[in-house]
Ligand binder design. Structure first.
Ligand code: HEC
Length: 86
């Protein structure tokens, strides 16, 4: 009985971690450059990655995420792309 309780406890302990890992793998499947290309010129011309610093993109992307109606994973992928390309 004790062992089962311990086992359940250990499983509960690791649940949030496995969720984080699956979120990350979901991000990796998304091409940030493609999400950017498909969405970020719908309302204005592309703002090129090198126009802004990492810190600026960290603020801009959540704003534009709402406008472009991106999922969290898509927004993260775009941010990753912009930071890499600037
Ligand atoms: C639904 C329309 C829409 C979409 C889609 C959109 N934007 Fe914008 N964007 C705007 C508007 C409107 C402004 C100007 C007003 C503002 O800053 O909120 C703007 C402003 C900006 C600015 C200038 C911000 C500043 O204050 O210097 C940047 C950079 C930007 N967008 C990047 C992006 C990126 C990257 C994407 C793709 C994830 C994107 N936008 C998608 C509507 C949109």
């Amino acid at each position: 009985m004790r062992k089962i309780i311990l086992l359940v406890f250990i499983i509960i302990l690791f649940l949030p971690i496995s969720k984080t890992i699956s979120e990350e793998t979901k991000n990796q499947g998304l091409d940030g450059a493609k999400v950017f290309r498909n969405n970020c010129n719908r309302c204005h011309n592309y703002r090129f990655p090198n126009e802004r610093s990492d810190t600026q993109w960290e603020i801009i992307v959540p704003h534009m995420r709402v406008r472009a109606q991106l999922t969290e994973a898509e927004a993260n992928a775009v941010l990753k792309f912009l930071k890499k390309a600037n």
